[in-house]
Ligand binder design. Structure first.
Ligand code: ADP
Ligand code: MG
Length: 379
């Protein structure tokens, strides 16, 4: 019987034949000499939930506002579906920006808020009623149609804002920190709802966030920004497992960074001597570095093993003392001070470790890791 092998299906960004839906080309924006977005290019495909991630002030909102048409680029071009929209007014673009919940009209009901944009466009009454009703169903607010915004919870108000944006059937939805005003619990719940609605409608979302967890859980791909530049674009896994710079490694998740000098380059590994760790580190991911180069080896806390027994190996191992244990429920973070003075964080799942002798404060421990756990970073 014929079987569909899903593994061979390429994601659009891996497929040289697929055409991007949104194309940003050498786009810049300066405000009186301050460069907010610095000649950046980006391609986004239909159906993606693409996140712009970075610290406050790095240019995320500026980039999004140029896509919406609220900000005139200083240089460069924006194409949507092959059409140059760089100088097109916002209302002519196939784009809708979702504003924060506080932009709802307080004197209007949920239903009237959602219908408002369609009324303005002169959509016939019957059609408005149908579209609003099915949209309220989708965001699970049909029971609340006649309430006013102040009679709703924060999460419900956010869903009204989303319904108001989606009811206009935009092809591209722009969201600037859409969940910023919600508390943690509601935020996580709403993240799932947003992704479900986005997938159901097959709409393309571009979202701005400074929350790396949010970007990791929701996105098809993430663009990590620093000072007006996209430092790395990739899937959540790529960004997490293979950050391309110290900056990205540090910004996304927790990371140990060991400075060292490249001493050996072989076909299957690179060796780095690290005074900081007091050992040679083997890295099996081959990287384009010359011997003698100063690099950082990045290793995630959960990739380091902790033992009270001495290791026979000379490489990828270090000795230290536990000087702090942070209990996080499902896992604990061990802060280990190496003999060299370097502090290292090790994450251990509490479940796995219950059967073994627990490692305590002030214990002498040996750290070790596999050659495929480290990533060499030069930038
Ligand atoms: P983010 O959304 O990543 O926090 P922004 O895009 O809002 O960052 O801002 C990027 C940079 O541009 C910041 O230095 C900010 O102060 C500046 N900036 C943003 N909007 C304006 C404006 N209207 N006038 C002057 N400077 C601005
Ligand atoms: Mg912003």
């Amino acid at each position: 019987m014929a079987k569909i092998d899903k593994r061979i299906r390429l994601e659009p960004w891996q497929d040289p034949h697929s055409v991007p839906y949104v194309e940003v080309k050498d786009l810049s924006k300066s405000y009186e000499g301050v460069v907010a977005v610095n000649s950046q290019s980006l391609e986004i495909y239909k159906g993606e939930l693409f996140s712009l991630l970075g610290p406050s002030g790095c240019g995320k909102s500026t980039l999004l506002r140029m896509l919406a048409g609220f900000e005139e680029p200083s240089e460069g071009h924006i194409y949507i579906d092959g059409v140059d929209i760089t100088h097109m007014p916002p209302y002519e673009r196939p784009v809708n920006m979702m504003f924060q919940a506080y932009a709802l009209f307080p004197h209007m009901t949920v239903e009237q808020n959602v219908a408002f944009g369609l009324k303005q466009e002169g959509v016939p009454k019957d059609e408005i009623r149908d579209r609003v009703s099915s949209m309220l169903h989708m965001v699970r607010l049909n029971q609340y149609a006649s309430r006013k915004p102040h009679q709703l919870s924060g999460g419900q108000r956010q869903r009204v804002a989303l319904a108001r944006c989606l009811v206009k059937k935009p092809k591209l939805v722009l969201l600037d920190e859409p969940l910023g005003a919600l508390d943690r619990q509601l935020r996580i719940q709403t993240q799932f709802e947003l992704v479900n609605i986005q997938e159901e409608l097959g709409v393309t979302f571009i979202m701005v966030t400074h929350d790396q967890e949010e970007a990791m859980t929701m996105s098809t791909r993430i663009g990590v920004m620093e000072e007006g530049r996209l430092r790395q674009i990739g899937t959540p896994t790529e960004i997490y497992e293979y950050p391309n710079s110290r900056y990205v490694a540090d910004f996304v998740g927790d990371m140990n960074m060991f400075e060292g000098i490249v001493t050996e380059i072989e076909a299957d590994h690179v060796c780095i001597h690290s005074e900081e760790v007091g050992c040679d580190i083997d890295v099996s991911h081959v990287s384009d570095v010359p011997p003698g180069a100063t690099v950082a080896v990045a290793i995630r806390p959960e990739k380091i093993m902790l033992s009270t027994e001495k290791k026979r190996e000379k490489r990828n191992t270090a000795k230290g003392v536990v000087n702090e244990i942070a209990y996080l429920g499902d896992m604990s973070i061990y802060h280990v001070l190496l003999e060299t003075g370097k502090a290292v964080r090790v994450a251990l799942s509490n479940q796995v470790r219950l059967s073994e002798r627990p490692v305590n404060w002030d214990d002498e421990v040996y750290l070790s890791w596999h050659s495929d756990s480290g990533i060499i970073l030069t930038g």
